[in-house]
Design a protein. Structure first.
Lengths: 449, 118, 184
């Protein structure tokens, strides 16, 4: 046995992976560097000449990267928050406080058998989750995370949102029909009937805002709410906000409107015959939907990326790191050590029972927290998009929390109550809201003249 | 026009993502042939009985009919709302008449008991 | 280097290529709607046709029409059609369609439509209807000015038409239920 084989045999699996990966990475890195040196200018020129295309690619990739971790985060929130509300512990095994649990769930679904029952209509059965997922993924496109961070600010963004969102109904009916299962058919048709009933109040409730702003573009609607807290449409259109909230709850199939997957009545509804990843996509789409409707509510009614209070001053912290010259790496090396020691000293002096290493660890953590906060503050002050994004995410995730909270609290509505409510109460109320808004606009405009 | 490229690009990206993931799952998941029971539709442990695509409640269809009526109205009302500050009183009156006529349909449906689930 | 304005080797602009692609999808899926044997799949193909048609509207600069197309035709009317198919289909009555008994009238009708289309296509001055890039907001403003101006009567009559459809549909659908109530 040669020397190389002996070394190979003694390596752990992780070591073997590294032993293969490291040379590959080294060669790949060297090749990439060489290519960049040779063709870098040409690549930069191509990118510069095709900025719209580059922007498009970046937008699509980033939208993907948003949906996947968002869904995992939402699943974790749902598991943990409902568990805490039920006085249970919830996931606590994998990751800190079980935070990695939802990713493991995702991997589990990926590795499960994706079974196609022999009686189903295979093409329709396979395409149904695709349609459902597309209907939610494609609406992420118009969500204005921040004025600078919108994938595409379509002029008819709101109409696009409702039109594409309505496609999900077709996917649900496809799933229900093609499964050849009574529960699936009933679940699919229930889902479709519920979605179409609540789509009318949903689309009508925002008409008041369209009258006030004169646009359907989501970034412009957000811009119309800049200023003080009272400019938010939830305060100018409270009835619309209530109708809209109820309707999005129903559109996202959340409790108390989750009759489409009422386990006690119709097993898993339209997804009864699905398994594995095709089942996974239905629920992926569902969690993305919760995020999307929350994002839409915060964009349309909660001022989107606008801060609730506009600071009278704007901090400007200009740090020119380049002026430090050679001192920069030295400072970067020394600062954490000194910072840790400074933070550790008071803890160490405070009590003789605290061991030195404990004081050092605590000091390191405190210094890390402080410096992260300082850098975060600097980034918030210097990059407006970041501040806007943070406000938008705070509002959106507060709404997501409300949805989870409702699921932990409210019972399921009966389907007859649910359908009647949409047509007998929400539809007249939204029409009332439209005409009240129109009348108010009319009176104020003629008064101004 | 740019928007259309975005829409088509996103649709293409989404479809390929779904199929790549399903393909990946197909590669790494295990498959078992199973017995005859596995091939049956899952209907709570009872062998499937009768016609799967049997008749179901007519009320679903009537909801869809009402939905079409009000969906057509939504397109008009969006165009109207976008330009309301130009149309003003004339627009308000014409839209009130339009919706008033549609509400007769809703009232008829309500009276006939379509809105009450059966 | 920037992307060339036309596709290399073929020499048509990207917008035209998109138009051709969408037109191809419309024609292909429409053919499948007619020729398919499974009626649910035909309904789904119809949705694809309508979606590609919405894309063509966008290429032609009428985004609001495209939005309306997706919202009304795909979101509402297709759902209505699917409901109607699902209501009337069952395994005992085969899902396969059979048109054989209507072959002669169908042939006559399609020949007539074919002649009409040929005349219309031949008589139109296609050069004068080339799309010029119109900005979108002006599109809705014009649409509103026309809809609530000269075409106001047609607009109001449209609501009466919808009302008639709703009342007619409900009347036909609810009739048996009412007679049952009387009997009981």
């Amino acid at each position: 046995m040669s020397g190389a084989a002996l070394v190979w045999a003694r390596l752990t699996p992780a070591g073997r992976i590294l032993a293969v990966l490291l040379p590959v990475l080294a060669v790949g890195g060297a090749l990439t560097t060489a290519l960049l040196i040779v063709f870098g200018g040409a690549i930069a020129a191509t990118i510069g000449a095709n900025l719209p295309i580059v922007r498009f690619l970046a937008a699509s990739v980033i939208t993907f990267l948003i949906t996947v971790p968002t869904a995992f985060l939402l699943i974790y929130m749902e598991m943990k928050i409902i568990a805490l509300m039920n006085l249970r512990i919830g996931p606590d095994r994998i990751g800190p406080a079980g935070a990695v649990m939802s990713i493991v769930h995702g991997l589990k679904v990926l590795m499960k058998e994706d079974y196609t029952p022999p009686s189903v209509d295979v093409p329709v059965f396979t395409l149904a989750p695709v349609v459902v997922y597309l209907a939610s993924f494609m609406t992420v496109m118009v969500i204005p995370f921040a004025p600078e961070l919108t994938s595409v600010g379509l002029e008819l963004g709101l109409l696009y949102f409702f039109a594409i969102g309505g496609l999900g109904v077709v996917g649900l009916m496809m799933a229900g029909w093609s499964s050849f299962n009574k529960y699936s058919l009933l679940g699919g048709i229930r889902a479709a009937a519920q979605a179409i009933s609540y789509e009318i109040p949903l689309t009508l409730s925002v008409v008041g805002i369209v009258i006030l702003t004169g646009t359907l573009s989501l970034p412009k609607i957000v811009a119309a709410q800049s200023g003080s807290l009272l400019d938010w449409f939830i305060f100018r259109q409270p009835l619309a906000a209530i109708i809209f909230f109820i309707a999005i709850t129903a559109e996202a199939n959340r409790t108390p409107f989750d009759n489409t997957e009422a386990d006690q009545e119709i097993v898993a509804g339209f997804a009864t015959e699905y398994s594995g990843m095709r089942f996974g996509f239905f629920f992926f789409a569902e969690y993305v939907n919760v995020f999307i409707v929350s994002a839409l509510f915060s964009a349309v009614f909660l001022g989107g990326s606008n801060a609730p209070l506009v600071l009278p001053f704007h901090p400007e912290i200009i740090i020119n790191l380049g002026s430090l010259g050679i001192m920069l790496p030295i400072l970067a090396g020394i600062a954490p050590v000194i910072g840790t020691l400074v933070c550790a000293a008071p803890i160490w002096f405070a009590s003789s029972r605290i061991k030195t290493w404990q004081a050092l660890v605590a000091g390191f953590l405190i210094f890390g927290g402080l410096s992260t906060a300082a850098i975060g503050f600097w980034a918030w002050a210097m990059i407006p998009a970041l501040g806007n994004l943070i406000w938008f995410l705070i509002k959106t995730f507060s709404l997501v929390f409300v949805f989870v909270w409702m699921r932990g609290t409210l019972p399921r509505a009966r389907i007859d109550q649910l359908m009647g409510f949409a047509w007998k109460w929400l539809l007249p109320a939204s029409l009332l809201n439209i005409f009240a808004t129109a009348l108010a606009v009319l009176l104020t405009t003629s008064g101004g003249n | 026009m740019t928007g259309l490229w975005y829409v088509l690009g996103f649709a293409g990206a989404g479809v390929s993502f779904v199929f790549l993931t399903i393909g990946l799952a197909w590669l790494i998941s295990h498959r078992v042939r199973g017995s005859r029971g596995k091939q049956l539709p899952y209907e709570s442990g009872i062998d499937t009985y009768g016609d799967t695509h049997g008749r179901f409640g007519l009320s679903f269809y009537l909801y869809a009919l009402l939905f079409v009526a009000f969906d057509v109205e939504i397109v008009f009302i969006y165009i109207w709302a976008l330009n309301f500050k130009v149309l003003l009183i004339d627009g308000l009156v014409s839209m009130a008449v339009f919706i008033g006529v549609l509400l007769i349909g809703l009232a008829y449906a309500w009276r006939k008991g379509v809105l009450s689930w059966r | 280097m920037p992307l060339p304005p036309t596709i290399p080797f073929i020499g048509i602009t990207w917008a035209d290529a998109l138009f051709l692609l969408l037109g191809g999808v419309v024609l292909g899926s429409a053919t499948l709607v007619v020729l398919g044997r499974d009626i649910i799949r035909n309904g789904l193909m119809l949705i694809l046709t309508l979606g590609a048609l919405a894309g063509i509207y966008v290429v032609l600069g009428a985004s609001i029409v495209a939005g309306a197309q997706v919202l009304v035709y795909i979101g509402a009317i297709s759902v209505l059609i699917l409901f109607a198919i699902m209501l009337t289909q069952s395994k005992s009555a085969s899902a396969q369609l059979n048109f054989q008994t209507q072959a002669l009238p169908a042939a006559l009708a399609s020949a007539l439509i074919g002649i009409l289309l040929a005349v219309a296509l031949g008589a139109t001055q296609w050069g004068s209807t080339v799309y010029n890039d119109t900005p979108d907001p002006a599109g809705t403003a014009t649409a509103a000015a026309v809809l609530f101006g000269p075409w106001l009567l047609a607009f109001e009559v449209a609501s009466v038409l919808i009302l008639a459809a709703v009342i007619g549909g409900i009347y036909l659908a609810m009739k048996p239920a009412e007679s049952e109530e009387i009997e009981a």
